[in-house]
Design a protein around this ligand. Structure first.
Ligand code: FAD
Length: 318
């Protein structure tokens, strides 16, 4: 079922969902099940699975020189989606990214997903790989999330890259995109970022999932701003339970977000990560309860393979 249908069928009740990350190449899919099993009691109607591009790794050549190789460290998104469907009968939402993939590779992945009966995709541009510093589009690939959206929307209308096909079957993906309550870091200002978001919605995006935020006011202001601009699709808040002391500085630098002073001070005063995790859980409960009271459609947790914090928050909130 489509994410938008799940939201509609909930009749205003807030749903629980989460995002997982595929295991590193060589690890077992059981690690995903161990993570998800305890969270199934909260009945997530859908689970997002992130997508990862190739990265460079350096290997030592027998000559002693360093050799630059590319590898996908976290493949398996499509397989994990099929496994989630099979084991839990929950709708998986694979992420699809522009960076690192040609349009043809993307089309083939979408055909696999369609054949597996997967109804949803979250479409993203992807980030720069570490060695490149800024995002460089793949040759023959999509530049921005909106270009990828045009590709998927085209496929939903039966437009494949090969225009010589006889009577091609259209897909029927429900399309989600990302939004940034604290602005995407590359956008010169929030207005322009929201203009691009609006373009994604006008091009066929049916819902938005936000970047993590720790101050609910930022989310409420973002939603108000979107509504004023005529962006009327559901806006799903993304929440990350903080689990370590170091995340108080790491998360702002990686994700270009702010931590409220009260939260960062509390984390700084923690004597160890056990305490920091407890603070993260308390903060997550407080945030979730307020968002739920204000009627958000879904509380979507960035669980990153760690279930205990999400479990404790969900126990207190759902
Ligand atoms: P876009 O919408 O393409 O925007 C990128 C930037 O370009 C923005 O600054 C925007 O304002 C600007 N822009 C947009 N359209 C145009 C245009 N037409 N012309 C000029 N400028 C434009 N990354 C992964 O690699 N894998 C994942 O699975 C993944 N999942 C994510 C899930 C969520 C909910 C979120 C919030 C992020 C996720 N990311 C993931 C990270 C994401 O790929 C990065 O944040 C990326 O930098 C931007 O992606 P986007 O889809 O928002 O890009």
């Amino acid at each position: 079922m489509k994410v938008t249908e799940h939201i509609k069928n909930a009749n205003g009740k807030t749903l629980f969902s989460l995002e997982i990350i595929p295991p590193k190449k060589g690890e077992n899919v059981q690690t995903i099940f161990n993570h998800l099993d305890p969270l199934m009691e909260f009945n997530p109607p859908f689970i997002d699975v992130t997508y990862h591009r190739e990265e460079y790794v350096y290997k030592k050549h027998p000559s002693g020189l360093l050799e630059k190789k590319t590898t996908r460290k976290r493949p398996g998104t499509v397989g994990i989606c099929a496994a989630i469907r099979h084991r839990y009968d929950v709708d998986p939402v694979p992420h699809i990214i522009c960076g690192g993939f040609s349009k043809e590779e993307t089309e083939n992945a979408l055909i696999d997903l369609d054949f597996l009966g997967i109804d949803n995709v979250l479409l993203l541009r992807g980030d720069a790989i570490k060695s490149e510093g800024k995002f460089i589009p793949q040759k023959d690939g999509n530049n921005y999330a909106i270009d990828l959206l045009h590709q998927v929307d085209g496929l939903n209308k039966g437009v494949y890259l090969d225009d010589s096909l006889d009577d091609p079957t259209p897909t029927d993906f429900c399309i989600g995109v990302a939004g940034y309550p604290e602005k995407h870091f590359e956008a010169p200002n929030l207005e322009m970022d929201l203009d691009f978001l609006k373009q994604k919605v006008e091009a066929g995006a049916e819902y938005i999932v936000t970047q993590m935020f720790f101050d609910n006011e930022k989310y409420f202001e973002f939603v108000d701003h979107c509504r004023e601009m005529g962006i009327n699709v559901p806006i799903i808040p993304g929440l990350k339970p903080i689990a370590t002391k170091a995340q108080s500085t790491i998360l702002p630098s990686i994700f270009h977000i702010d931590l409220p002073v009260e939260l960062s001070e509390a984390l700084q005063q923690c004597k160890d990560n056990k305490q920091a995790k407890e603070i993260g859980i308390e903060w997550g409960i407080k945030q979730s309860k307020e968002l739920m009271e204000r009627g958000v459609p879904v509380l979507h947790y960035y669980s990153m393979g760690k279930s205990t914090s999400v479990q404790k928050i969900a126990e207190a909130v759902f």
